[in-house]
Design a protein around this ligand. Sequence first.
Ligand code: CP
Ligand code: NVA
Length: 304
Amino acid sequence: MTKDFLSVLDFSSEELLKTLKLAKEIKAHPGDYSDALKGKTLALIFEKPSLRTRTSFDIGIQQFGGYSLYLSPAEISLGKRESVYDITKVLERMVQGIMIRTFGHNIAVEMAEHANIPIINGLTDYTHPCQAMADFLTIHEIKGELKGLNVAYIGDGNNVTHSLMFAAARFGVNMTVASPLGFEPNARAVLLAKQEAKKTGAKINIIEDPWEASKNTDVIFTDTWTSMGQEEEAAMRRKVFSKYQVNDAMMANADNDALFLHCLPAHRGEEVTDSVIDSKASVVFQEAENRLHAQKAIMYQLMK
Ligand code: CP
Ligand code: NVA
């Protein structure tokens, strides 16, 4: 059976730590890996827009001596022009891995069930596991040991939140999520994260008060209030989330050395102020660069 990366929970704590270690090694010595996936092709299926995911997978596979093949929504029209099953069975005859960014998580799961090549989740409505790996790589680079850290996520309980909770659980990191009522992370994801957290001693808490969550924390994460596909709710969401902005006062409420992370794209003036995203605490561009290194480590392990 081929191994996939659809969720952070597809990897054990040991495998995730090994992935971070490998990512650091590849980042430090990229030239040593220039033939790692020589001649192999990764198909990139995008049903939603992207800057970071597209560029980092595209460049990452090329830096390994491989090729990428970008497939736009208009080109393959997943599930409409052709079934997910047929697309998977055709692609596996020609490429050695598939990265997919889509809406329903079930589409990526279905692809993985049928494929005899690895499937990598480049974001679904449910999770964004590659982002969580880049985020914890960034925190690891700056803070050292992950176990025992306290992190806070302020805002919409979305795909990014779910993957961060899963990663926190696996790495032994305590995570508090503060979301308005009705916008909490998915109940099943919370249950799963709490269950997995027991194994590492991490605590996962879901609360409403962003000030309680950010108090003395080592890291503050946020993300857009309106995810791709929810554009029609943008005005309503701006009202609901208005007290969840990460601003100077909220950063001052955190630990003195607290970091600010955001997967980007950011909506400056909404979920984060310019003063925070452009401050010394902000590591958002290191975080964006680490998408490349983290995903190279993931591709290496799945496609080598
Ligand atoms: N963070 C992230 O996934 O960015 P893109 O949507 O630009 O790929
Ligand atoms: N939650 C955001 C993440 C973008 C990278 C979205 O799904 O649009």
